[in-house]
Ligand binder design. Structure first.
Ligand SMILES: CCC[C@@H]1OCC(CO)=C1C(=O)O
Length: 214
């Protein structure tokens, strides 16, 4: 019987008996493989020293096949950075299910972000590409602002519950957390390729949340 796949975008009618149209799903899978290969190369070598040919070779495709999915190296960089930022709302949804108090939700978000910066090559590549913005002729998402907004919301909720230290202003505290995390992950990356980022965040984040809690 024909039915509409609830997970596909754009929604399409597929024959549930036969399953999704293999061609489209193959294309989605190929696009994801190309993106991951680009992230691995951008994270390791940076934007300038990565070519579309390098990406194509890594997934054993022709340059033309890569260009079918991503028309330029810049569009690959934009996609990697967009996928970097897409991680955080997903993470917030996961953590919200734990029903933690707002300040603990904020702390857990950043603790899990530290793990993602250590383990997730798309997150690592997005961070490196943001540093290389001046060399990338494309409109990349503005860095830091989404985290600042997310943390401001959580710290405002904490203040309204009387769980934020007296006199702490939520937006200013959110900017401080973002600055602290950004600097910490950069130092860990430069000195240890982020191998010690979880321990370093335990130090920096531990002190900051000690200062923030009522
Ligand atoms: C959570 C701190 C901010 C975060 O750290 C690295 C980085 C990459 O640009 C970030 C961002 O743009 O939000």
């Amino acid at each position: 019987a024909a039915c509409t796949s609830a997970t596909a975008f754009p929604a399409r009618t597929i024959d549930c008996a036969r399953g999704p149209a293999p061609k489209q799903d193959r294309s989605i899978r190929t696009k994801a493989l190309v993106l991951r290969a680009a992230a691995e190369l951008f994270a390791a070598r940076g934007f300038r020293h990565t070519s579309v040919k390098d990406v194509a070779d890594r997934v054993e495709m022709t340059k033309g096949a890569v260009y079918f999915h991503y028309p330029s190296k810049e569009s690959l960089a934009v996609a990697v950075v967009e996928h970097h930022y897409a991680r955080w709302p997903e993470l917030l949804e996961e953590i919200r299910e734990e029903g933690l108090a707002p300040l603990d939700t904020a702390a857990e978000m950043l603790n899990r972000a530290a793990v993602a910066f250590r383990d997730d090559v798309v997150v690592q590549a997005g961070a490196r590409l943001q540093l290389e913005r001046p060399e990338i002729d494309a409109t990349l998402p503005t860095p830091y602002v989404d985290w600042t907004e997310l943390l401001t919301g959580l710290l405002t909720a904490a203040r309204d519950e009387g769980r934020l230290r007296e006199g702490v202003e939520p937006a200013a505290a959110a900017r401080s957390l973002v600055a602290g995390f950004f600097g910490m992950q950069h130092i860990s990356d430069v000195l240890e390729h982020r191998a010690d980022i979880v321990e370093r965040w335990r130090e920096v984040g531990g002190l900051m949340f000690f200062a923030l809690r009522a």
